[in-house]
Write a protein that binds this ligand. Structure first.
Ligand code: SF4
Ligand code: SF4
Length: 357
């Protein structure tokens, strides 16, 4: 077996519990119950094993990681292992006292998700009255403690036209970075795709606004925004390539190359309850199946971009082209590329299904 490079970062999905109900949530429809979650000691061991393997960063996520009462202990273990710690939170339950405890436990960075710049619209999408105001208070508390702050806004048909307001809000909140992320159509977002996909004219206008604002705000606030897959002609390197830079640990302890990989029906993921992370990363079939370029069919196999985008997204290939090993339909060279445009054409202002257990 060829030597495998170490991972750079990983997403620790500590729980699927969350007080919000975002219809674009990347969690699976079959949410993990609290009783199946890994314990504190398991997470501590995973932090140490990840650092020993070479990982530099852990993104503590969910669901809502604040739902874990042992988050401080998990943070201490991650910090002691030498990992840079990023808390990805909806922040509606982030009190000042909890934030102090988390900062004391070694928290380096906080990423707060916002639903919109317009409070009623944000609360509607989040499924909670007053959520937006709570998030803004939490963002102010993060900045008051000198912690690095990123704001993340998932954009879709119902908020993309307020992109200027989102950027101004992030600037006012003192964010060092704003991530404008188009919904990734896995999990709940795939179930709600017809209600969420933006129109092409919305996307084109938003791209122009972001380009102008990025130039205006250079040196004050970084803005991340990329063309969504359904408007692209070439895919992105999903997760930096399958099993190359990144892995995900689910609340019940399965190690996966990406958060949607469980949608691939014949794939068995190693459980970190009884498998070491080194074994899972280096030797498990799940991490090896789409690693590198040997698995690629044509046109990827002979394409000059095969070590740039690593063939794009396997889960999107499964969802749109019917096979995880197919060429990502975001690529114009895929025979299924037309299905991306067809999905956009079929989208409309219909109701979405809130994410719930
Ligand atoms: S996307 Fe929304 S529902 Fe899903 S975990 Fe984040 S805050 Fe909770
Ligand atoms: S053919 Fe494959 S490798 Fe080439 S650009 Fe398309 S998805 Fe990427």
């Amino acid at each position: 077996m060829p030597a495998v490079d170490p991972p750079y970062a990983f997403l620790a999905e500590l729980t699927h519990r969350c007080p919000l109900a975002c219809p674009y949530c990347s969690n699976p429809l079959d949410l993990a119950r609290a009783a199946s979650e890994l314990g504190t000691a398991d997470w501590g061991r995973i932090m140490r094993e990840a650092a020993e393997l070479g990982a530099m960063q852990v993104h503590l996520s969910g669901g809502e990681p604040l739902a874990r009462r042992d988050l401080e202990t998990i943070l201490v273990d991650a910090h002691r292992a030498g990992l840079y710690t990023n808390l990805i939170t909806a922040a509606v339950s982030l009190s000042e006292a909890r934030l102090d405890r988390l900062a004391g436990a070694g928290l380096d960075h906080v990423q707060i998700s916002l639903q919109d710049a317009d409070a009623p619209a944000a609360d509607w999408v989040a499924g909670m009255q007053g959520a937006h105001a709570r998030k803004l208070r939490a963002a102010a508390a993060v900045r008051a403690r000198g912690l690095a702050l990123t704001l993340n806004v998932v954009v879709h048909r119902h908020n993309l036209d307020r992109i200027e307001e989102v950027i101004e809000l992030a600037l006012d909140a003192g964010a060092g970075r704003l991530e404008i992320a188009h919904a990734q159509y896995h999990g709940w977002a795939l179930a709600n795709r017809a209600a969420l996909l933006p129109r092409p004219d919305q996307v084109r206008r938003a791209m122009a606004v972001v380009a102008a604002q990025t130039a205006r705000l250079r040196g004050r606030m970084a803005i991340d925004h990329v063309l969504p897959d359904h408007m692209a002609v070439r895919p992105k390197a999903c997760m930096g390539g399958w099993g190359r830079r990144f892995f995900v640990v689910t609340p019940d302890g399965r190690a996966m190359p990406c958060h949607a990989a469980a949608t691939i029906p014949d794939m068995v993921f190693p459980s970190l309850r009884d498998t070491s992370l080194r074994e899972a990363w280096g030797r498990s079939e799940a991490f090896q199946r789409f690693r590198g370029t040997d698995w690629m069919p044509d046109p990827c196999r002979s394409c000059e971009r095969r070590e740039i985008d690593w063939g794009g997204c396997r889960c999107q290939a499964l969802a749109m082209a019917g096979a995880a090993a197919a060429t990502d339909p975001a690529c114009a060279l895929s025979p299924a590329h037309g299905r991306m445009a067809a999905a956009v054409a079929a989208a409309g202002n219909e109701d979405f299904r809130p994410r719930r257990f």
